[in-house]
Design a protein around this ligand. Structure first.
Ligand code: GH3
Ligand code: MG
Ligand code: MG
Ligand code: MG
Length: 324
């Protein structure tokens, strides 16, 4: 390991950010129904954190779900409710499952403390509570929560990166490869048709050559939007390569797919595409090859091959057309 430098901070690394984040002003939900105890805890905690007191355990459960605090501080010895039960409820509801829980207990309550830890309580303090220890343990839990949140965001972003094409927001080729086979199999098993479109922007190289690569990217984004908006939700739209998309249409016959392709072709060709933030408009057309399942042994490969052959004929016979 090595020392963290200032250059490391703010680089999007959640661990570095969590370590650099020493202010740690957390939002804390305090569940305690003993006035003297609650007052002392609030006095200490509110020096560094935003504290909300909720003496009623049922109300606390609602507040925790609605406000998503960084930490719930739960007194295990509530007068009207079993604090352990509250901890267990916090852990069993989706909205509060990930919240930190710090339990407060009487020193002789060892068995309840152990049961609390077993239920997923993150940490505990025994009464009488030392204010410095309270602040230190709360700070640790708030930090842990922040780190866990950032890690979760990073994981989500990574998953998105793996299945979504960054330029167009459509699914990427990897996603298509891993889902196409199952869609074909399922359609064949149910005796339902499935169709495939292969779309390729006409003379796209000349868009790049004439207007520049950034303008080409603008065209690709707009092209992707027009295609996506022309189709139904169950249709899988993926960027297959540079300016080539593949659409997989479950429950769709060849004729219905051809009509959908015509709809796309009309929509792409209708209005010129805005490039360079709308400062210029250029006409764009698309050629589309269509194929549908014909045999029980059809696969993504046989379907793509037939759709590709149709696309080739569309290009050969003048572009801006749909060929089945
Ligand atoms: P055709 O009508 O026969 O399809 O002609 P075309 O010019 O569209 O075909 P070609 O395959 O020769 O050119 C595709 C071009 O797409 C070449 C490549 O530089 C460009 N391209 C591929 N990916 C991107 C991208 O992400 N952004 C931009 N701006 N251009 C891209
Ligand atoms: Mg080409
Ligand atoms: Mg092309
Ligand atoms: Mg191409």
């Amino acid at each position: 390991s090595r020392a963290l430098t200032s250059r490391d901070a703010g680089m999007g690394d959640p661990l570095v950010q969590a370590v650099a984040d020493t202010g740690v002003n957390g939002r804390i939900l305090l569940v305690d129904d003993r006035p003297g105890s609650a007052d002392r805890l609030i006095a200490t905690l509110s020096q560094h954190h935003m504290v909300t007191l909720e003496p009623n355990a049922q109300q606390a459960l609602f507040a925790a779900a609605a406000d998503a605090p960084d930490l719930v501080v739960v007194s295990l010895d509530l007068a009207d409710y079993d604090g352990l039960r509250l901890c267990s409820q916090l852990r069993s509801v989706e909205a509060t499952r990930h919240l930190g829980i710090l339990a407060l207990a009487e020193a002789e309550d060892t068995s309840r403390i152990l049961r609390g830890l077993d239920l997923g309580v993150n940490d505990y303090l025994v009464r009488p509570i030392d204010r410095n220890e309270l602040l230190a343990r709360v700070r640790t839990q708030v930090r842990r929560k922040r780190y866990a949140d950032r890690l979760r965001d990073t994981v989500h972003a990574t998953i998105e990166l793996a299945i979504v094409d960054a330029l167009t927001g459509l699914h990427n080729r990897r996603y298509l490869d891993s889902h196409f086979g199952a869609l074909v199999e399922e359609s064949l098993n149910r005796g339902r048709p499935l169709s495939v479109l292969v779309l390729d922007v006409d003379k796209f190289k000349s868009v790049n050559d004439t207007y520049g690569h950034d303008a080409g990217d603008d065209v690709l984004r707009e092209f992707a939007q027009r295609v996506r908006k022309s189709l139904r939700a169950p249709d899988l739209v993926a960027r297959f390569g540079g300016e080539e998309l593949v659409v997989v249409m479950p429950d769709t016959s060849l004729e219905t797919a051809r009509l959908a392709a015509e709809r796309i072709r009309a929509r792409v060709g209708a209005d010129p595409f805005a490039i360079h933030k709308g400062s210029q408009f250029i006409p764009v057309t698309v050629s589309i090859g269509v194929a549908a399942t014909e045999r029980v042994d059809d696969t993504p490969d046989t379907l793509l091959k037939r759709a590709d052959q149709a696309l080739y004929r569309a290009k050969e016979t003048g572009r801006n057309r749909v060929i089945v």
